[in-house]
Design a protein around this ligand. Structure first.
Ligand SMILES: NC(=O)c1ccc[n+]([C@@H]2O[C@H](COP(=O)([O-])OP(=O)(O)OC[C@H]3O[C@@H](n4cnc5c(N)ncnc54)[C@H](OP(=O)(O)O)[C@@H]3O)[C@@H](O)[C@H]2O)c1
Length: 265
């Protein structure tokens, strides 16, 4: 039995689920993780049936400081060698900054930021031994944009942070056979907006700005395999990323408010 695996966080829904399917389709064994164990069990059985791969799962809440160690132990106890690490789990806080309890923000930063570092730190030594490994960080187009003023004040900043972390991994380890790919989607139809209590805002976004999670996953896995350092899905999002990188923030804020209101009021 081939014991090399792709580990996907946030694999019970949306982009993570479709990335797991895409990797399984390419013949990779998969380890799924997220909080909802019933979904993990069903998805695991389906991937095994559909793609004739080995799949296993471990339920873990990444807001818990011990979760990365639990996930790492689960893999090492079973001698699963993680050659692909997909850091995808995420959500947003739908509250104003001054109304958000600090412990809620700490949990949020753990899921979207610290767990990404922690899992990478735990799995990179075995990648170094093999001189081969691929890491994906599912970031966001928001990582390039000015942080929003109301809800989700920390979302853009933590995504910018993980982009820089991915860049640091590339600078330190690309020459040793390990690459990191920042995947930066724009609006994608998943459970994200409902789970984060933001479905109303998502409903106001024009359809031409939304992508489906399957096409995002296919492109993300291709970018990962090619060892790209950054990938933005779709021409429009690429243009927006470019605009965010070259235009003054004040102009980006005005344009963004016209296209998808609520972000900067
Ligand atoms: N959808 C968009 O418009 C969009 C745009 C840009 C970037 N992104 C990014 O894409 C990534 C995936 O989001 P998505 O849109 O696919 O959202 P989604 O459909 O809501 O999926 C989120 C996944 O993260 C898991 N998750 C959430 N909190 C977790 C926790 N505390 N511990 C462990 N797992 C947790 C969820 O599983 P459980 O609930 O089972 O734990 C689920 O599998 C996120 O990092 C998000 O920031 C999304």
């Amino acid at each position: 039995m081939n014991k090399s695996y792709a580990l996907v966080t946030g694999a019970t829904a949306g982009i993570g689920l479709d990335i797991a399917k895409e990797l399984a389709k390419k013949g990779h064994n998969i380890i799924l993780t997220a909080r909802r164990e019933d979904r993990l069990k069903d998805i695991s059985a389906q991937l095994i049936e559909d793609f004739d791969i080995h799949c296993d799962y471990v339920a873990a809440d990444l807001s818990d400081i011990n979760a990365p160690e639990t996930i790492y132990r689960f893999c090492s106890d079973r001698q699963y060698s993680v050659e692909i690490l997909v850091n995808n789990a995420g959500y947003s806080i739908n509250k104003k900054f001054h109304e958000t309890p600090e412990d809620e923000e700490e949990k949020f930063l753990r899921v979207l930021g610290i767990s990404v570092i922690s899992l990478t730190k735990k799995f990179i030594p075995s990648m170094l031994e093999k001189q081969s490994g691929k890491i994906m960080i599912v970031s966001s187009l928001a990582s390039f944009a000015p942080p929003s003023s109301g809800w989700g004040a920390l979302y853009g900043p933590v995504k910018t942070f993980v982009n820089r972390f991915g860049d640091a991994i590339n600078i330190n380890y690309r020459s040793k056979g390990i690459t990191s790919t920042n995947v930066c989607p724009g609006f994608t139809v998943t459970e994200f907006h409902t789970a984060s209590g933001m479905q109303d805002a998502m409903d106001k976004v024009p359809a031409f700005m939304k992508k489906d999670s399957q096409s995002v996953a296919v492109g993300a896995v291709n970018a990962l395999m090619q060892g790209k350092s950054v990938w933005v899905p779709g021409l429009l999002n690429k243009l927006l990323a470019f605009i965010c990188n070259v235009l003054p923030a004040s102009l980006v804020i005005r344009m963004s408010s016209n296209l998808a209101g609520g972000r900067y009021e």
